[in-house]
Design a protein around this ligand. Structure first.
Ligand code: MRU
Length: 387
């Protein structure tokens, strides 16, 4: 359950927003999430004391983004173990809370495997729970490290692709500190460019229907002091046509063995636009997002979400909380305004798949892959697993 008394304001601070943290108050361990459904209006923490609360937070996107879902899944498993819940049931619930981001299953599996291994070695349940927590903490640390490496590799890649500097980067969805233990994936590269004075502008797709760009990326860009502009997703074409985009940087939820990239719906049209206009289309993701078990793009399960997210606009209440009717928050008191006739059907896939031939490069913590091929991807993953 969510401990309502523990939902408390977070002080506004420097850009590194803690998107998730493990805490051990006297009443027992908890997983504390920055509730992303309430951004940018309010920074409040959501305290999960059990797995169903975390599953709900994952489904409502209070916690979201591939790398962070992996970390949350691992801590969720550790939470179940520490509180004496059925770990196998917890693993099942958590791993299937959302289908597309491969990191979620990876994080859950990693903590669960640690727990099971400890039991097999004859350790007690408390010791096994401690192993699950250690795995979650290790994954969290590795993600911070991977984020820093991706930013380095991505910045070097931009330097090679765009020797003139002064990058105008278009991004989609949210890929910053909110989705990571570190500074994120694609956004971390933009942030690195900003640090060295080479980011001229970050173009932020609003990212309909749940507005991860307008609500979350713009929030992070503002905190980092970047020059940024929010645009309606449908305005991207005219921006390319005007020659205002030097590169597209996006993250990924799952990269199949052939290099196909599943990411927030609206990514694929950007890849088509980028190819038409001769602009590099770069995917930034840790190797934990690569799923060599999934052969190709057609085999990636794409999450379908409620049609109401398309047919209604969420409206913030006085506190900035977005309406529950819009599907953004299950905990909020905001409302939703219908924008389609009652009963209208809606098509609402959460992700789309970009084929490898439209991807100029994949930037990972282990290095950059360009051109994108299945063989190259397998080699990159093998290298990262040796490190
Ligand atoms: O539905 P969301 O908000 O979880 O979707 C997130 C994205 O599509 C991100 O671009 C992706 O997870 C990459 S984040 C590093």
């Amino acid at each position: 359950m969510v401990d309502q008394d523990a939902v408390r304001p977070v002080a506004a601070g420097p850009p590194a927003v803690p998107s998730l943290r493990w805490d051990e108050p006297p009443e027992g361990p908890v997983l504390v999430l920055l509730d992303q459904t309430r951004l940018p209006g309010e920074e409040v923490e959501l305290v999960c004391t059990d797995v169903p609360a975390l599953v709900q937070a994952i489904r409502t996107l209070a916690v979201r983004g591939a790398p962070l879902l992996g970390i949350a899944g691992a801590y969720g498993l550790a939470l179940a173990a520490a509180r004496g819940f059925d770990v196998e049931e917890a693993a099942e619930l958590l791993a299937h809370a959302r289908p597309t981001a491969v990191n979620l299953g990876y994080g859950v599996r990693r903590a669960a495997d640690g727990y099971r291994r400890a039991l097999e070695e004859g350790k007690g349940r408390d010791a096994a729970a401690a192993v699950a927590l250690a795995e979650a903490r290790a994954l969290h640390r590795e993600d911070i490290e991977a984020s820093a490496r991706m930013a380095e590799h991505g910045l070097a890649l931009l330097g090679g692709l765009l020797p003139g500097g002064g990058y105008r980067i278009l991004t989609h969805c949210n890929t910053g500190a909110l989705v990571s233990g570190g500074e994120g994936t694609a956004f971390a590269v933009a942030r690195a460019a900003h640090r060295v004075g080479e980011l001229r502008r970050l173009w932020v797709d609003e990212t309909r229907p749940l507005l991860q760009g307008a609500r979350l990326t713009a929030y992070e860009a503002a905190r980092c002091g970047m020059a940024y502009t929010v645009l309606a997703d449908s305005a991207a074409g005219s921006l390319f046509a005007a020659g205002e985009v030097d590169a597209v940087l996006i993250g990924a939820d799952r990269i199949a063995a052939d290099g196909s990239v599943a990411n927030k719906v609206g990514s694929y049209p950007l890849a088509v636009l980028a190819r038409h206009h001769g602009v590099p289309f770069v995917v930034v993701a840790p190797t934990t997002t690569v799923d060599l078990e999934t052969a190709d793009g057609a085999s990636i399960e794409v999450e379908q979400r409620a049609g109401s997210e398309v047919t209604e606009f969420p409206v913030p209440d006085g506190t900035g909380v977005m309406g529950a009717g819009g599907g953004i928050s299950a905990t909020s008191a905001g409302s939703a305004v219908p924008v389609a006739p009652a009963g209208a059907q809606a098509y609402n896939p959460a992700f789309d798949v970009t084929p490898p031939d439209l991807v100029s490069a994949i930037v990972t913590e282990a290095g950059v892959l360009s051109p994108v091929t299945g063989a190259g991807l397998a080699e990159l993953c093998a290298r990262s697993r040796q490190v």
